[in-house]
Write a protein that binds this ligand. Structure first.
Ligand code: MG
Length: 109
């Protein structure tokens, strides 16, 4: 994501929350996250003909996720992002080590 796009999203985020309020934007977030879930499920089931439909809903979800980050606390949400990324990285390291061990065991046989 480019810095220009991040700056633009931040401007829209501020304007949206001032214009519509936190409660309305939270309801909108629920709606957009639901639409993203639905289109991803339909994609996995082979029921989406146009991939742009998937991309559009992902974009809606990203825009709303950034608004919810502000509503619920940017620093606090960022800390959770760090924790999640760390945990995910640790899990991938463990899987990688397990796979390497399996390859070594296979080669030793
Ligand atoms: Mg949508």
């Amino acid at each position: 994501m480019t810095k220009d796009l991040m700056v633009w999203m931040e401007k829209v985020r501020v304007r949206s929350l001032v214009m519509f309020g936190r409660a309305a934007q939270t309801i909108k977030a629920v709606e957009e996250f639901s639409e993203a879930c639905a289109v991803l499920a339909r994609h996995l089931l082979g029921q989406v003909d146009n991939i742009e439909e998937v991309r559009e809903e992902i974009a809606d979800a990203i825009v709303m996720a950034l608004q919810m980050r502000y509503v619920f606390g940017e620093a606090e949400v960022d800390e959770w992002v760090r924790r999640k990324l760390h945990r995910h990285s640790v899990r991938m390291d463990e899987i990688e080590q397990k796979r390497l061990a399996e390859v070594r065991n296979y080669e030793d046989q």
